[in-house]
Design a protein around this ligand. Structure first.
Ligand code: RFL
Ligand code: PHB
Length: 393
């Protein structure tokens, strides 16, 4: 089967779906090709923190209604170390900005519903997805679906297929420069059926390692502990996870973590990764396909959103008036914000984790940095403005 569209989009994560939705609002046609099922992508538990700008964009583009009802607006976060908490009042420090806690899979559900409501084509469960003729005016996506071979001819392909996707590796070698760090630890994350006992997120620095207290709703807590990178989830029965969380999160003033049934468990490696440029011919990369941050800064999904906001504008200019200036500038425009988020995520990660190679000197430096951020208004302001997200453009 042969299909034709203006923009062929590979991947139905936040980047691909939002791009398709924004293009539709501007009268540009697209087809999304995803290799997983709809049920799978709607239940993949990942990010939870939306920057102010992400929230504003979802609202302005008409997909924020359920987020406004169910999302939890937070005005601060807590840094916890030395047995006590230190609140960073983000709203006060940033002139009124805040974050919203709303699961990534909920954003994905809202976007799929919006695309389905507009009869926007999304192919789920595609196999053998490949991209071709990237340096021509008619790049193609091919895949198999229900026994049939399908070809999509388009004017532009958006590679929104995440870190393990096929678009980035389809770019000829020598075109991309890769910038990368891996970290000597991973995060073990759980979802627990336990009403949160603290209203805001807690980032904890502890001699046994980092821990993060987050949530998804008034009934569900989301928790993470730093573990060794090669750790197997089988070695972490529920009791061991709770024990580490209690040890790393509890304070001298008697605050207690509430336990509940663990309904999701997984281990995620930590890396920083950027490719430059985010383009080859008529293929444009967006989101995790082009860059990864360690999750400590809560930036990954927000960067994906910022990329496709810029790409949708550039593509609209291209299709409506034939202008290529914004498309030509796409990579450079996005990389400015990406590198800021890369630095912030690396900095938060470095400040809050125990590195196996660190000595007592390094531990003293980390404590000093944490105390400085907790006590100094300028230092806290720097953390806060990066955390809530810098303005677009
Ligand atoms: P995604 O979400 O990975 O979507 C890519 C889509 O492409 C599909 N795909 C393919 N489709 C067709 N053909 C192929 N060959 C394909 N290969 C892959 C995939 O199935 C998928 O549907 O990338 P996207 O859209 O760029 O979105 C990026 C975000 O998912 C990611 O950055 C965040 O989840 C990162 N992240 C966080 N970001 C935040 O902004 N705030 C957070 O609080 C936050 N916490 C996190 C996180 C990521 C985590 N993990 C598990 C990596 C916490 C964790 C634990
Ligand atoms: C989450 O709620 O999943 C979450 C929150 C903050 C982070 C990372 C993940 O930095």
């Amino acid at each position: 089967m042969l299909m034709r569209t203006q923009v062929g989009i590979v991947g139905a994560g936040p980047a691909g779906l939002l791009l398709s939705h924004l293009l539709h609002l501007h009268g540009v046609e697209s087809v999304v090709v995803e290799n997983r099922s709809r049920d799978y992508v709607e239940h993949r538990v990942r990010a939870g923190v939306l920057e102010q700008g992400t929230v504003d964009l979802l609202n302005e583009s008409g997909v924020g209604e359920r987020m406004q009802r169910e999302g939890l607006v937070h005005h601060g976060i807590e840094l916890r170390f030395g047995g006590r908490g230190h609140r960073i009042d983000m709203t006060d420090l940033t002139g009124g900005r805040s974050i919203t806690v709303y699961g990534q899979q909920e954003v994905v559900k809202d976007l799929i519903r919006a695309r389905a409501g507009a009869d926007g084509p999304i192919v789920f469960g595609a196999t053998d997805v490949a991209v071709h003729d990237l340096d021509t005016a008619v790049p193609r996506i091919t895949f198999r679906n229900g026994g049939e071979t399908v070809e999509i001819k388009s004017n532009v392909i958006a590679g929104c297929d995440g870190f393990h996707g096929i678009c980035r590796p389809s770019i000829p070698s020598g075109v991309l420069s890769v910038f990368e760090r891996t970290y000597p630890f991973a995060w073990l994350g759980i979802l627990a059926e336990a009403p949160p006992t603290h209203e805001e997120l807690i980032y904890a620095y502890h001699e046994r390692g980092f821990a993060l207290y987050s949530m998804r709703s008034p009934e569900i807590t989301r928790l993470y502990v730093q573990v060794a990178p090669e750790e197997d989830i089988g070695g972490w029965p529920d009791e061991r996870i709770w024990q580490e969380l209690h040890t790393r999160l509890e304070t001298d003033d008697g605050w207690k973590l509430r336990e509940g049934k663990i309904v999701e468990k997984g281990i995620t490696g930590m890396r920083s990764f950027v490719v430059e440029p985010m383009q080859f011919g008529r293929l444009f990369l967006a989101g995790d396909a082009a860059h990864i941050v360690p999750p400590t800064g809560a930036k990954g999904m927000n960067l994906a959103v910022a990329d496709v906001r810029a790409l949708a504008r550039a593509l609209t200019g291209f299709f409506k008036s034939g202008k290529t200036d914004m498309l030509d500038a796409y990579s450079a425009t996005c990389l400015k914000r990406i590198w800021r988020a890369e630095h912030f995520s690396w900095w938060m990660t470095s400040m809050l984790h125990r590195f196996p190679s660190d000595d007592a000197f390094q531990h003293r430096l980390q404590r000093s940095q944490l105390e400085y951020v907790a006590r100094s208004r300028p230092a806290a302001t720097s953390l806060a403005e990066n955390y809530v997200g810098l303005p677009f453009d």
